[in-house]
Design a protein around this ligand. Structure first.
Ligand code: ATP
Ligand code: MG
Length: 273
């Protein structure tokens, strides 16, 4: 029994293929993500991870198959319907480089609140939502008056995640959220995401993309292993890490220090910074 039994998956790919010109980049992918779940997508550079994210955001067209978000087929949306769906903010994307979502000339607090201003959310409600998002990522409120240049890489990435959260998405797509960070910052961001998963358990889904299976091991319930645009393995993270079936998955695991990957979900409280 699961809490959302009776409801369909939050995200479903059905036999999805994507082409860039004559080249098939994603080849008949199928996967499901339920509300409250974190699904990790792992694969080496060029395996198609970002293209998968773009298909879920509907910024690339599907050659075949479907992408369902909350039961709605987004692959067929065009024109005004597509714009309305985008504006709904149901799916939010977090870049590898937080400076792509944070304007260098705008204070952190204003950047986080921007989506609410655009949606004309009343100021008092907006403040509450910003506070909740800032709290959810463990960011010190004192940082909100600074410009992005005054934050560490990890703080910036947590601000970018807060910015995505304030619009209350159904699904967060994080594309290499920790790859650009040093080890300490990486750990803080992963801890923030683990805490977020716990606090939003029933509503939010996360699709977390990484070339590094180690950073996904502690975070994701399920893993999807992408190799040359195909899913070669899909299952519970714990099972894949303990008993990888595909030689490519084994190679990915062997490239990570054992101590990183066997690390359980640590319920550490989130200190602020
Ligand atoms: N706009 C594009 N036009 C043509 N080919 C593209 C385009 N974007 C990506 N590709 C190709 O599609 C394949 C998958 O690219 P994608 O960016 O999805 O990989 P990735 O797994 O995200 O890689 P990385 O880990 O380096 O970010 C690659 O072979 C890439 O060269
Ligand atoms: Mg990529």
């Amino acid at each position: 029994m699961t809490h959302d039994e009776g409801r369909g998956p939050l995200l479903e790919l059905q036999d999805l293929s994507v082409d860039y010109g004559p080249v098939r980049v994603l080849d008949r992918l199928s996967l499901r993500l339920r509300a409250g779940q974190v699904v990790g997508v792992v694969g080496e550079s060029g395996s198609g991870k970002t293209t998968l994210a773009k298909a879920v955001l509907r910024t690339v067209d599907a050659a075949n198959g479907r992408v369902l978000v909350d039961g709605q087929d987004i692959t067929r949306l065009r024109g005004g319907a597509l714009r309305r769906w985008r504006r709904s903010g149901a799916v939010q994307y977090v870049f590898q480089d937080p400076l792509r979502s944070l304007d260098p000339g705008i204070r952190i607090g204003e950047s986080i609140a921007e989506g609410l201003r655009i949606a004309r959310i009343p100021a008092d409600q907006a403040r509450e939502r910003v506070d909740a998002a800032v709290e959810a990522v463990g960011l010190d409120a004192e940082l909100l008056t600074r410009l992005p240049a005054g934050l560490s890489g990890g703080q910036r990435q947590r601000a970018a995640i807060a910015r995505a959260l304030v619009v209350q998405p159904r699904l967060l797509v994080l594309d290499e959220p920790v790859s650009a960070l040093d080890a300490a910052s990486r750990d803080r961001v992963v801890q923030a995401l683990i805490a977020l998963r716990r606090s939003r358990d029933e509503q939010l889904g996360m699709l977390v993309i990484s070339h590094d299976i180690g950073s996904l091991a502690a975070l994701s319930d399920r893993l999807v292993v992408l190799h040359h645009g195909r899913i070669v393995e899909d299952g519970l993270t714990s099972q894949i890490v303990a008993r990888p079936q595909h030689p490519y998955t084994r190679r990915l695991i062997d490239s990570v220090p054992v101590i990183d990957i066997r690390q359980p979900n640590r319920p550490a409280p989130l200190a602020r910074s």
